[in-house]
Design a protein around this ligand. Structure first.
Ligand SMILES: O=C(O)CCc1cccc(O)c1
Length: 565
């Protein structure tokens, strides 16, 4: 038996496990990924990457490698049985630095994620390792895997500080944790067909809410066309092996179904399930191991990447002694609710897709009426129906903590608000911060994350962020390597760079070339934000509240290194 030691053992080399391993590698940790298969899954599954996930891929240093396997602005249209468009999902904004939706080819992206691990001396991907045992000792975990060699089976034990199960819906790790996988698995089956040399050539996504047979038709990169067809309850699954049956499905979509170059055909069912807890002791689950959702908004892949993003910085903070173990409890608190909300929206979208003729008639009329109301129309077009992560508990600081006892003022744009309403609709706390392009003394026209880096940031609008910080605060900022940034109109940058040159700690002045940062601060009545390593807003306040806000974030994040015994 062989025993190996690492920091984090990751079970499963799907996109979530590989992304997590890359994020840990980028931050200098050791990680071993154990994969039961002998190679990565080579058939396409997910087809949509969103802007939040791209931000993570940039942090992992892999976006440039992955970009060639994507197509931007993947518009989705829901059409009825007559091909009439009922709803369009075509968000035009780019608040996080990239188009909101991209189509992609998952196996090629997974391959780049796997290749990315070669950059790190202490991360490793081990194929053919089937996990058969997991033990949580108080100060470490031990994962046992079985490996088949030419001489028979070998047992390998990997010890680490933490284990993360990313091995999909039938997760060994989740079962080991003994948590429930709540929700539903509707019995509806779908057959998916991918073909080369797209015989249609339309670039986007069509969700065919056709009462005769719901279908999906998607234009993907590299000339691939995907179709998905719902199987009726009285159609046995084996029917999809009958070429005549498949041709009958395809013939409504393409003139000559017999001439298609099929590269993949599979059947699947949708699930809407979420684990009751994503953590047990030193063991975590992420991605499909923690939640399964139908495909309708293309969010299964992205929701898993969000888990990896959230968990990776927290593991880093604890592994390098920056935070107590309590920080890791915020992983379930932050990620579970969002995954559950995403499942609900996807299950609802599935019900709309599968409506029978009478329900479909009502739906079509309702959709026509809703599209006449601009507010409702934008609900679809701007992706507002995709629940954005908003963390209300976890590493976030609410207004009551900053100004105890003070009644929450109501803030409306255009009125002076004395204190930010952190719990209100307009509060940025718990939301992802925007990512416009900025200029600094050393970087021109760069995305903001290149300036903030991938750790903590304390930023103010229009002032020097050190002004209201005490010597103790500055010490804390130094210990935690918190980046200090002053956002300025670009016209003010040269002045600020000169003026802030003697600051007690270095301050980067970021020139707001597009006005996006000014607009952001303008409607939120706060002058200071503390951004987490995943670029979510941990706290927002008036600039003069800097010290109190910092202390509150230290508490919410279970940060150590406070310098106080
Ligand atoms: O990214 C999108 O909007 C499409 C997601 C989708 C919808 C239906 C089936 C499927 O495989 C993906």
């Amino acid at each position: 038996m062989t025993t190996i030691d690492t920091d984090v053992v990751i079970i499963g080399a799907g996109p979530v496990g590989l992304t997590l391993a890359n994020l840990l590698g980028v931050r200098g940790h050791r990680a071993i990924v154990l994969e039961a298969r002998d190679q990565l899954i080579d058939y396409p599954r997910g087809v949509g990457i969103d802007d939040e996930a791209i931000r993570t891929l940039c942090t992992a240093g892999l976006w440039e490698q992955i970009r060639p396997y994507t197509v931007p602005h993947h518009i989705a249209r829901m059409v009825n049985g007559e091909g009439k468009v009922l709803a369009v999902n075509d968000p035009k904004s780019q608040e996080f630095g990239f188009p909101r939706k991209h189509g992609f080819i998952q196996p090629l992206v997974d391959k780049e994620l796997a290749a990315g691990l070669a950059r790190f001396p202490d991360t490793e991907l081990r194929f053919g390792h089937k996990v058969i045992g997991l033990e949580d000792h108080d100060d470490h975990i031990a994962v046992t895997a079985e490996r088949h060699t030419e001489d028979g089976a070998e047992t390998v034990t990997i010890t680490g500080r933490y284990a993360v199960g990313c091995e999909g819906g039938s997760s060994f790790t989740r079962k080991w944790m003994g948590v429930d996988f709540e929700g539903k698995s509707p019995s509806t089956r779908w057959v998916v067909v991918d073909v080369e040399n797209d015989p249609i050539g339309t670039p986007s996504v069509y969700l065919g809410a056709d009462p005769r047979r719901p279908y999906v038709s998607i234009g993907l990169p590299q000339g691939i066309r995907r179709w998905e067809f719902m199987l009726h309850d009285d159609e046995p699954t084996e029917k999809v092996n009958d070429p005549d049956f498949m041709r009958s499905l395809l013939k409504r979509h393409v003139p000559d179904p017999s001439a298609l170059e099929i590269i993949n055909q599979r059947t699947f069912t949708h699930h809407g399930r979420v684990a009751t807890d994503f953590r047990k002791g030193r063991v975590f689950i992420a991605g499909d191991a923690a939640h399964l959702m139908p495909v309708w908004l293309g969010q299964g892949w992205n929701t898993g990447i969000r888990d990896a993003t959230n968990l990776s910085w927290k593991l880093t903070a604890v592994l390098q002694g920056d935070a107590d173990d309590a920080l890791l409890d915020t992983y379930t608190a932050e990620r579970r609710k969002h995954a559950a909300d995403m499942i609900d929206v996807n299950m609802a979208a599935g019900s709309v897709m599968k409506m029978k003729p009478l329900g479909g008639w009502v739906r079509d009329r309702a959709a026509s009426a809703l599209n006449l109301v601009p507010k409702w129309k934008s609900y679809f077009t701007e992706l507002r129906f995709k629940p954005m992560p908003r963390y209300v508990s976890g590493v976030v600081v609410d207004q009551a903590t900053l100004t105890p006892g003070r009644a929450r003022p109501s803030f409306k744009h255009g009125k002076l608000a004395p204190f930010i309403d952190s719990a209100g609709e307009n509060s940025p706390v718990g939301l992802q911060f925007i990512q416009p392009r900025v200029n600094t003394a050393s970087q021109a026209n760069v995305l903001l994350d290149e300036v903030t880096g991938d750790w903590w940031t304390l930023a103010t609008w229009g002032t020097n962020p050190t002004t209201y910080l005490t010597p103790d605060d500055l010490d804390l900022i130094r210990r935690h390597r918190i980046n200090l940034i002053s956002f300025m109109p670009e016209t003010q940058r040269a002045w600020a760079e000169k003026r802030y040159a003697d600051s007690p700690l270095p301050v980067t002045v970021a020139g707001d070339t597009s006005g996006a940062l000014k607009d952001w601060f303008d409607v939120r009545a706060c002058g200071l934000v503390i951004l987490r390593p995943d670029r979510f807003v941990a706290a927002a306040s008036l600039t003069q509240q800097a010290s109190r806000t910092l202390v509150a974030v230290v508490k919410a994040g279970s940060l150590t290194r406070t310098g106080k015994a």
